[in-house]
Design a protein around this ligand. Structure first.
Ligand code: HSE
Length: 297
């Protein structure tokens, strides 16, 4: 069996809606081998689709088809550390694991660029799939067929504190609440901040991040779907976060903090419980620069 390691991802990064994303050192693992039937289980007891609707299987089957091979079946064992429907790229991790695993099983007929394109074609947007494959922070434009991307490795003293509530929010619901049109002024508001985010993160101008994560395209609408969202934002800023944003489609809220802010996680969890805001867990994460890896054969 091969074993694939895929990182969690945080998309949008505030203003970079459908364009910016980064990989985090928090991983799903997928063991995979060809089989004469579909045999899908999870190693950690988390319920996963065990039939042909499983996204890892779907992605692997698509890749086989593109390569002119028929996939009879697959044995898959999933370890799902990335919580589902929380804005941390769990669906993308499945798609990417299926593609990377199938490509490896076939002797790597497709290039990394091919995989980035295919993953976005399956998922619909590239800002989770591309960093899941490539690692680092990825700027991506998807023209409907091809992803035009830049990956930058990030070596910072920043920590990403994923504040994860116990409830789920499906991406379809979190996209359905968005406006169909925005004003020219709001478009400028966002594109200037998205550009500011990447430049500031990569050059260490962290004092810009709080301004850079503001946006008018998605967060104001999605915050209404996340109970206690504003309280969690305010608490994170009180505890010294450089910036706080809705991770992907939510409901996870991401705080970017300095490595010297060592007690952020404990202080957040304590403050939220004290304020009667229950069920939020904080994961202290770093950027993953490696992306998807086959870690054994
Ligand atoms: N950019 C996407 C969104 C990420 O915000 O809907 C979730 O897949």
């Amino acid at each position: 069996m091969i074993k694939i390691r895929v990182p969690a991802t945080s998309a949008n990064l505030g203003a970079g809606f459908d364009a910016l994303g980064l990989a985090l050192g928090f991983f799903n693992y997928v063991e995979m081998e060809e089989s004469d039937r579909i045999d899908i289980t999870s190693a950690d007891g988390i319920e996963v689709p065990a039939d042909e609707t499983n996204m890892i299987y779907v992605a692997a089957r698509d890749l086989y088809e593109i390569c002119g091979r028929k996939l009879e079946g697959l044995k898959i064992i999933q370890t799902n550390n990335i919580p589902m429907a929380r804005g941390l790229g769990s669906s993308s991790a499945c798609i990417v694991a299926g593609l990377a695993g199938a490509n490896h099983l076939l002797g790597n007929p497709l290039t990394q660029d091919d995989l980035v394109d295919l993953a976005a074609q399956i998922e619909g947007h590239p800002d989770n799939t591309a960093p899941a494959l490539l690692g680092g922070i990825v700027t991506a434009v998807f023209d409907g067929r091809k992803v035009h991307w830049v990956k930058q490795e990030v070596y910072t003293k920043l920590h990403f504190e994923a504040m994860i509530p116990e409830f789920e929010l499906k991406t379809e619901k979190a996209r359905a609440c968005l406006p169909k049109e925005v004003s020219h002024k709001d478009a400028v508001y966002n594109l200037s901040r998205a550009a500011l985010f990447s430049a500031s993160l990569l050059t260490g101008k962290y004092e810009n991040l709080r301004t850079a994560v503001h946006d008018k395209l998605h967060q104001p609408y999605r915050m209404e779907l996340i109970p206690h969202c504003r309280d969690v934002f305010d608490t994170a800023y009180t505890h010294g976060a450089y910036a706080v944003y809705v991770s992907g489609a939510g409901p996870t809220l991401m705080a970017i903090v300095d490595e010297e802010n060592t007690f952020f996680k404990g202080k957040m969890e304590f403050s939220l419980e004290n304020a009667g805001i229950h069920g939020w867990k904080v994961h202290d994460l770093l950027i993953d620069n490696e992306g998807t890896k086959i870690i054994n054969e």
